[in-house]
Design a protein around this ligand. Structure first.
Ligand code: AMP
Ligand code: ZN
Length: 117
């Protein structure tokens, strides 16, 4: 069963119940560093609203989903990986290894990444 907002680590960070450094924040999303980074730059772009990506997202979320990608671009510039390149990834469901059931966009860079997919 997907985690509810009450037990969701990202909702807790947003609410200040778990410490987190906000690299960016607006009324729709926020950005934190991944606690277990796989590269020198590993950020998570997270919508304020709790939902499990395609399970819960519907057409009214379309603009917000696009917003996440633009914010990823902003923070990639902030972190100095915009020119060298970075990967944006969303892990969706068990086969992709999704561990937190609250949509988030990984922004990974700062080293050469292996190609998968
Ligand atoms: P996913 O596997 O796509 O669901 O990614 C969840 C990510 O959240 C993982 O890369 C975790 O390292 C990261 N994560 C889990 N807890 C925290 C936390 N408290 N602060 C920052 N990142 C976290
Ligand atoms: Zn949540």
């Amino acid at each position: 069963m997907p985690q509810s907002p009450a037990e969701c680590v990202f909702c807790k960070i947003y609410a200040g119940e778990i410490p987190g450094e906000f690299l960016y924040r607006d009324d729709r999303c926020f950005v934190i560093r991944d606690i277990n980074p796989v590269a020198p730059v590993h950020l998570l772009v997270i919508p304020v609203e709790h939902y499990v990506h395609s399970v819960d997202a519907s057409p009214e979320h379309e603009a917000m989903l696009g917003h996440l990608m633009l914010v990823a671009q902003t923070v990639a510039k902030q972190e100095g990986v915009y020119e060298t390149g970075y990967r944006m990834a969303v892990n969706q469901g068990p086969n992709a290894g999704q561990t937190v059931d609250h949509l988030h966009l990984h922004v990974i860079g700062g080293r050469r990444l292996e190609h998968e997919g």
